[in-house]
Design a protein around this ligand. Structure first.
Ligand code: TYD
Length: 141
């Protein structure tokens, strides 16, 4: 995984983990400790069997999120309106910040890919920007 994030309102955290067991890896995230907000919502995405599938394609106005790939891998494309960055996310230890005003797209999922997202607030469709031109206008304000 490429550890240098160049887009605005993003970043990488590495969670505490225990992989010294012969039977798997344990990874721990705690609100207000390594996850810098109170987690109000958790969602996960699985059964990503369509190799041409694309998810995301939106930005948020106020929501803060961290995205993890707990199994397998996928490609995350980030765009802050000026800079674009594409990265392979393939480690259960690392979380990528999806801050506000950041257009993100997920694609190229491995068959075993499971994505976990920790969010700072409840689901609110009004917080989404789903139109790319509207996003560019919003970030240029
Ligand atoms: P969306 O956020 O667009 O998914 P993704 O970014 O993974 O492609 O959401 C897909 C649908 O699910 C959309 O109709 C909204 C709904 N949804 C909820 O009802 N609650 C939620 O917490 C989320 C994330 C989505």
């Amino acid at each position: 995984m490429n550890n240098k994030i160049r887009v605005k309102n993003s970043g990488i955290i590495k969670l505490q983990y225990h992989d010294d067991f012969p039977d798997g890896i344990l990874v721990i995230g705690e609100a207000q400790k390594n996850i810098p907000f109170d987690i109000k919502r958790v969602y996960y995405i699985s059964n990503l069997s369509n190799p041409k599938g694309v998810r995301g394609k939106h930005a948020h106005k106020k929501l803060e999120q961290y995205i993890f790939c707990v199994s397998g891998s996928f490609r995350l494309e980030l765009d802050d309106g000026e800079t674009k960055q594409s990265m392979l996310v393939d480690s259960p230890y690392y979380g990528i910040r999806l801050g506000t005003k950041l257009w993100h797209t997920m694609k190229k999922f491995s068959r075993d890919c499971v994505i976990l997202v920790l969010a700072s607030d409840y689901y609110n469709e009004k917080d989404y920007i789903r139109d790319y031109d509207e996003f560019l206008e919003y970030v240029s304000k």
